[in-house]
Design a protein around this ligand. Structure first.
Ligand SMILES: Cc1cc2nc3c(=O)[nH]c(=O)nc-3n(C[C@H](O)[C@H](O)[C@H](O)COP(=O)(O)OP(=O)(O)OC[C@H]3O[C@@H](n4cnc5c(N)ncnc54)[C@H](O)[C@@H]3O)c2cc1C
Length: 452
């Protein structure tokens, strides 16, 4: 029924403690009801794993059965406005296959190692273009899943409330095996950069958020620099393919890496850190000056290839979202927090902090921008010594300033952070979860701790 059952030695390749008793490589979704019903053969909890790239223990094996969905890897149907695929397909594979057909998703992340099953049920906020679609799960229009009782369920976006809950369900309400995603024609994106100090950013904030386009920020608290990257859909641009590729190569080789994706790997000795950080800033300035006129590319061209084994990525981060209205103030406090933390503990993040503007999106219950427009703050690092402690204090800082966390991208999360941010929504979800899975077949200790 399953291609491989491994007794787990308890090792944890991602660096996040996990320890399942069994790891199954699922070949056919039809086997899921048997796996769910045979408690002795397949110990509780049953937890799905896609690409294994989450930043938390949301997969969490806990002596149970981890089901690897990688074998469900078929793209089943391409339509003009939709694509249907199995849950184990990697987003990068799908996005490239769509691009070959002149299509794309409404949102494109920066890394392709995300499984469609995880995309459907977790919080994956992206720099957004408009109200209603700020998380990848909002592109999902249909899900097929197997419930904890082993029943097949098909849910479409017409069942809005049910869809909203499922899009935040983290494998706790059922196992997703197939999804349908909305697609649109491939559209060129014009990318402009502006390098500002905090004071300039705050002074111009109203016009920054009023102008159209998706916003991604690259933030350096110690250099008082905020690079505002604006992505504008540009249907009028008529560039030849070769023209786009030329620009693309220059951007990918020179500009994007300078924002931090590869910084950590060169920080070999602690003494080099300050030197390298300022070197990076110089590279950033130099490449930005060169690209000051703005560049044009297709969204799928900015996707980074990451290793298939998540633990090899050597890049870690945490994510909170803050109300847009107070964001300049939050950034001011973040700069002060980073500096005072460094003064006291001699630790600072060795990769540039990222951020995205999120339009309001009520498509899922735990959406990071459920209550209104938000900006994220994503401290990033290579996971060097001091990072874990930094995050504990950063979480307190973020929660105090009214931040919203996620269950898959916010590290070291505590139940009080969850209760404060999600309030009634988390109670509603937990009540529903208890009714649909009274035996806690799908629940692990991570969610037991956080959902209460
Ligand atoms: C260096 C780096 C860069 C990143 N860049 C981005 C980015 O640009 N944009 C972005 O959005 N994210 C980004 N991420 C975050 C990351 O992509 C996601 O948190 C994660 O990868 C989700 O996909 P996954 O397949 O790895 O999920 P997993 O970690 O395998 O699973 C996530 C959750 O979904 C559940 N699940 C998985 N499959 C199913 C299923 N079939 N049915 C039910 N439940 C299921 C799991 O049990 C778990 O609770 C980045 C992460 C890293 C480490």
């Amino acid at each position: 029924m399953v291609s491989k059952v491994t007794r787990s030695p308890g090792a944890d390749s991602s660096g996040i403690f996990r320890r399942p008793r069994l790891v199954l490589k699922l070949k056919r979704f039809e086997d899921l009801p048997t796996v769910l019903s045979k408690i002795k053969s397949y110990p509780t909890p049953i937890r799905m794993v896609g690409a294994d790239y989450s930043q938390t223990r949301c997969v969490g094996g806990d002596g149970g059965t981890t089901v690897d969905t990688g074998g469900l890897d078929k793209i089943l149907e391409f339509g003009e406005t939709f694509v249907r695929a199995q849950a184990g397909v990697r987003l990068g594979t799908l996005i490239h296959a769509l691009a070959e057909r002149g299509l794309e998703l409404p949102l494109t992340p920066e890394m392709g190692q995300i499984s469609l099953g995880a995309l459907a049920v977790t919080t994956l906020p992206q720099a957004s273009y408009g109200v209603g679609v700020a998380q990848l799960s909002s592109c999902v229009t249909e899900m097929k899943l197997i419930t904890p009782q082993g029943k097949q369920m098909v849910v479409t976006e017409r069942e809005r409330d049910l869809m909203r809950v499922l899009r935040s369900s983290f494998g706790l309400l059922g196992v997703v095996h197939e999804v349908v995603l909305r697609v649109r024609p491939l559209t060129p994106v014009k990318i402009d950069y502006q390098v500002l100090s905090l004071k300039e950013f705050s002074g111009r904030f109203a016009s920054i958020i009023d102008a159209p386009g998706a916003l991604r920020l690259h933030i350096s608290p110690f250099n008082d620099r905020i690079t505002v990257e604006r992505r504008t859909l540009d249907e009028s641009v008529s560039l030849s393919r070769s023209g786009i590729w030329q620009i693309r190569n220059s951007v990918m080789r020179n500009v994007l890496p300078a924002f931090g994706s590869t910084i950590g790997s060169v920080l070999a000795a602690p003494g080099l850190r300050a030197v390298m950080l300022s070197g990076v800033q110089k590279a950033l300035r130099a490449t930005l000056d060169r690209s000051a006129r703005g560049v044009v590319m297709y969204a799928h061209e900015w996707m980074r290839d990451m290793p298939n084994e998540a633990w090899k990525a050597r890049h870690t981060y945490s994510l909170w979202a803050f109300p847009q209205a107070s964001y300049p103030k939050v950034l001011g406090e973040y700069f002060a927090f980073c500096k005072s933390y460094y003064k006291e503990h001699r630790y600072r993040c060795n990769v540039v902090t990222g951020a995205s503007r999120l339009h309001q999106d009520r498509g899922s219950l735990f959406s990071a921008s459920y209550s209104g427009p938000m900006f994220t703050l994503e401290p990033s690092s290579t996971g060097d010594k001091g990072w874990d402690d930094f995050l504990i204090d950063f979480n307190e800082f973020a929660s105090r300033l009214g931040g919203t966390p996620t269950f898959n991208q916010t590290r070291a999360l505590q139940p009080e952070h969850v209760a404060k941010s999600f309030g009634e929504r988390v109670k509603l979800f937990e009540a529903l979860r208890q009714r649909t899975d009274p035996l806690n077949r799908l629940r692990n200790s991570y969610f037991a701790h956080l959902l209460g």
